[in-house]
Ligand binder design. Structure first.
Ligand SMILES: NC(=O)c1ccc[n+]([C@@H]2O[C@H](COP(=O)([O-])OP(=O)(O)OC[C@H]3O[C@@H](n4cnc5c(N)ncnc54)[C@H](OP(=O)(O)O)[C@@H]3O)[C@@H](O)[C@H]2O)c1
Length: 308
C-alpha cells in the first residue's frame, strides 16, 4: 500500500441509513467549498477542486454532500466532471429548499414547482437518473432553524420520491418539532443541522436520532467559514499530537454512532489532514475537557454565515 492510500476502516467505521442499503463510511466530504467565494460562481482553482474530489474517492470516501444551489450549479458540475461515471457505492446526498439570488443571497425555494425544478437541476448537473438522498432544507434566511409547517414542501418531495426521482428523504436546518412532524409523514433517513464542539443546541436531537438509527450529519463540523478556535481544543490537540481540526472531527465521531461527517475543503492538503481524524481516538479524560467547550464561555470563532 502506498502512503497516499487510506484503508476504508480508517474512515470512522460505517453507518447504515435506515431502511436502505446505503452504508457509507462515517467520514465523508462536503462539497460546498468547491464553488467560488461566497459559495457563488466558479472556484478560484478548478483543477484543485477536481483533484480534491478525486483524492477523496481514491482514499475511500463514499459519501459526498452537495447542493445544486452551490455555485449555483457549478459545484454539481465539478462533481460530475471529476467523478462521473460514479464508482459503485458512492452516495451523493443533495439538498433543496433554497435558491441563489444574483446578489449571492439564499432565499427560500419551497414551492412544489421550485422543489421539482431543484430536483431536476440536481439530476441534470450531477448526471444521475435518481438522487440517492435529498435533504429538504427549511428556514432559508434564518441563522437558526425556526418552527413552521413542513407538510407542504415535504409532500412535494414525497411525490418526487414516488415518481422515482428521489430514493430517500432527509431534512436540513430543522427544529426537533419539524423532525417529529416529518417522521410522522414519511421515512426520514438523515438530519443535517449545524453542530460542532462549540454549537451543541442539537444535543438532545442527536441522541434521539441515534436511538432510532437515523443519521445525524452536522454541517459546519469545523466551524464553517471561521474554523473553530479554543485554547482547550489546542491543548488537547497538542497532547494527542494532532491538529485542533482533526480533534474536532474525531470528537464528533466519538460523540454518537449515528454522526456522519462531511467536512468541507477546497484543498487537497486539508482533505488529507481531515482524513486522519478517522483513526484518531480521544481518551475519556480529554473528551470530558472537550465536552466542556460547548457549555459556553470558552468557545470562540464560528462567526457563521446564514446559509448553505
Ligand atoms: N444544510 C446546510 O444548511 C448546510 C450549511 C452549510 C454547509 N453544509 C454542508 O456541510 C459541509 C461542511 O460545511 P462547511 O464546508 O461549510 O464547513 P466546515 O467543514 O466546518 O469548514 C470548512 C472550512 O474549514 C476550512 N478547512 C477545512 N479543512 C481544513 C484544514 N484541515 N485546515 C484548515 N482549514 C480547513 C475550509 O477552508 P479550505 O477550503 O481552505 O480548506 C473552510 O473554510 C459543506 O461542504 C456542505 O456540504 C450544509
Amino acid at each position: 500500500m502506498t502512503q497516499t492510500q487510506t484503508p476504508k476502516s480508517d474512515l470512522g467505521g460505517r453507518f447504515t441509513l435506515p431502511g436502505t442499503s446505503l452504508t457509507p463510511n462515517r467520514l465523508g466530504y462536503g462539497a460546498m467549498q468547491l464553488a467560488g467565494p461566497g459559495v457563488f460562481g466558479p472556484p478560484r482553482d478548478r483543477d484543485e477542486a477536481l483533484a480534491v474530489l478525486r483524492e477523496a474517492v481514491d482514499r475511500g470516501i463514499d459519501h459526498i454532500d452537495t447542493s445544486d444551489f452551490y455555485g449555483p450549479h457549478i459545484t454539481n458540475q465539478i462533481i460530475r466532471e471529476a467523478l462521473h461515471p460514479y464508482p459503485a457505492g458512492l452516495t451523493i446526498v443533495t439538498k433543496i429548499g433554497a435558491r441563489r439570488g444574483a446578489d449571492k443571497s439564499w432565499p427560500a425555494a419551497l414551492s412544489k414547482a421550485e422543489l421539482t425544478s431543484a430536483v431536476h437541476d440536481n439530476l441534470r448537473n450531477l448526471g444521475l437518473d435518481a438522487l440517492a438522498v435529498v435533504n429538504l432544507r427549511m428556514s432559508a434566511g434564518h441563522h437558526h432553524p425556526v418552527d413552521g409547517p413542513i407538510e407542504e414542501p415535504l409532500n412535494a418531495l414525497v411525490e418526487l420520491k414516488r415518481q422515482g426521482l428521489v430514493r430517500n428523504i432527509g431534512l436540513s436546518h430543522v427544529t426537533p418539532g419539524q423532525v417529529q412532524a416529518a417522521r410522522a409523514m414519511t421515512e426520514i433517513v438523515c438530519v443535517q443541522n449545524q453542530y460542532n464542539l462549540a454549537h451543541r443546541e442539537d444535543d438532545a436531537l442527536v441522541d434521539g436520532l441515534a436511538a432510532d438509527g437515523i443519521a445525524y450529519v452536522p454541517y459546519f463540523p469545523l466551524g464553517g467559514f471561521s474554523p473553530l478556535q479554543s485554547s482547550t481544543l489546542s491543548e488537547v490537540a497538542a497532547e494527542l499530537e494532532a491538529t485542533p481540526l482533526q480533534v474536532a472531527l474525531a470528537w464528533l465521531l466519538q460523540r454518537a454512532p449515528n454522526i456522519l461527517l462531511i467536512p468541507g475543503t477546497s484543498s487537497v492538503a486539508h482533505l488529507r489532514d481531515n482524513l486522519k481524524a478517522g483513526s484518531l481516538r480521544i481518551p475519556p479524560e480529554q473528551v470530558a475537557r472537550l465536552d466542556a467547550i460547548g457549555s459556553g464561555a470558552e468557545a470562540q470563532g464560528s462567526a457563521l454565515p446564514r446559509n448553505g
